[in-house]
Design a protein around this ligand. Structure first.
Ligand code: URA
Length: 435
């Protein structure tokens, strides 16, 4: 394959064939095509886009670039859930136990945080003793035994996506519809579940800031999933402000536990019930998403969701006593308050800025190898449409390194936009696609 010809074609907006895309991915994974040529091609794709057929072909090539997971030894319809990434997104920790408590097997691989977004694997590792990696057999047995397992992505799943994503990250070519949808769906298809629920984030703290872009992304991913024979549903949900109150690791796990105790913030509770209801429906345990949601609401109110979380923590080596005793989590020693500079109403929150401020407290990583402070993070006490007085607390920042927390405070200070006029609170669920 001549790479220069391929770049030239894409530069002129000519559609690449399935064979060309297959060869490209094969050569790239083997190290036969240099990064500089793939970077040039990525930039051409960024400007000219990928057709639907090219996106399907790229998804397929990446899906089969490494191991694929066989979940056939797990009984029942396995349902996966994936978020496109956001700030304060602890939804999996609520949704998975609720769906599992209603009989839907969850065999899930989750990611780590990078940049302004957090990752479920880091959050789970704030639970003392919790293991996020295990052998395939143990993973499958755990799902058959207790109904759920969540681990980090295994090394050799979609290596092409890992390599390509790393290159996209440093060439400013992440935010492209065809590249994002193929990246996410190649991993989901390789991970083996029968049905997939996608939480497509939209707003200031998401890759897709505008609703029409998020809808387009959601439609493309639903189409890729359906084309591969997997029932796929996407919810477009608000990321115009952090989800819930907590942004960090242990503080997000605590918020998820509180949600399963029935004391969670309204936005997370609403979102978790909606998504888990769809999962229960796709898992064949309810005859409609509404019935599914009624079932997951009952699981929440009866405490069965919380009990399932406890079983899950124990099964993966963690200490489930954390559910009743939050002092068992890693502790911070430093707290700094962010005060409102004036009276008014919260009009907007620059959510990516909050994500980066959280990173600076020690809760996130700027590079793959950074070590996290699992106790660090931010609690956002004022959300969009809330009334504030001058000097009132907008947020509290936590950590163990004074200079880091102070730097985070200076970043977070710019995040709140305060208006004299009352504002409306955004709807958490904007649209559902594929039902
Ligand atoms: N998450 C992914 O896994 N891939 C992308 O391209 C963007 C978000």
């Amino acid at each position: 394959m001549n790479m220069v010809t391929l770049i030239e074609k894409k530069k002129r907006g000519i559609v690449l064939s399935d064979e060309e895309i297959k060869e490209l991915i094969k050569g790239f994974v083997k190290g036969e095509i240099p990064d500089y040529q793939v970077s040039a091609l990525l930039m051409a794709i960024f400007f000219k886009g990928l057709s639907k057929e090219e996106t399907f072909a790229l998804t397929d090539a990446m899906r089969y670039s490494g191991d694929t997971i066989d979940l056939s030894s797990i009984n029942g319809i396995k349902v996966d859930k994936h978020s496109t990434g956001g700030v304060g997104d602890k939804t999996t920790l609520v949704v998975a136990p609720l769906a599992a408590a209603c009989g839907v097997p969850i065999a899930k691989m989750s990611g780590r945080g990078l940049g302004f977004t957090g990752g479920t694997v880091d959050k789970m590792e704030s639970i003392p003793g919790f293991r996020t990696s295990m052998e395939a057999e143990e993973f499958l047995n755990q799902v058959n035994k207790i109904g759920m397992a969540v681990i980090g992505q295994s090394e050799n799943i979609t290596p092409a996506d890992k390599k390509l994503y790393a290159l996209r990250d440093v060439t400013s070519t992440v935010d492209n519809l065809g590249l994002i949808s193929s990246s996410i769906m190649s991993k989901k298809l390789a991970a083996g579940s029968d049905a997939i629920v996608l939480d497509v984030k939209c707003g200031a703290g998401a890759f897709m800031e505008k609703l029409d872009e998020a809808v387009e992304l959601a439609k493309m991913m639903v189409e890729i999933g359906s084309n591969a024979g997997r029932r796929t549903v996407a919810a477009i949900t608000d990321m115009g402000q952090p989800l819930g109150v907590a942004v960090g690791n242990s503080i997000e796990v605590i918020e998820a536990i509180e949600t399963l105790k029935g004391n969670g913030p309204e936005d997370i509770t609403k979102l978790a019930l909606k998504l888990s209801g769809i999962m229960v429906y796709l898992g064949g345990k309810a005859s409609s998403p509404e019935e599914g949601q009624n079932m997951t609401r009952t699981a929440l109110e009866s405490g069965r969701g919380l009990a399932k979380l406890g079983e899950f923590i124990e099964a993966q080596g963690g200490d489930s006593a954390v559910i009743q005793d939050y002092s068992l989590f890693p502790q911070h020693t430093i707290e700094m308050e962010l005060k409102s500079p004036k009276a008014g109403y919260i009009k907007a929150i620059e959510t990516k800025r909050i994500g980066y401020a959280s990173l600076y407290t020690g809760a996130g990583r700027a590079t793959k190898d950074d070590i996290l402070d699992l106790s660090a993070g931010i609690k956002i006490w004022k959300k969009i449409a809330d009334k504030v007085d001058e000097g009132q607390t907008l947020a509290v920042l936590y950590g163990n390194d004074e200079s880091k927390v102070a730097k985070a405070l200076s970043i977070a200070q710019e995040a709140f936009v305060i208006s004299d006029e009352p504002c409306e609170s955004p709807q958490i669920i904007k649209e559902i696609i594929g039902l």
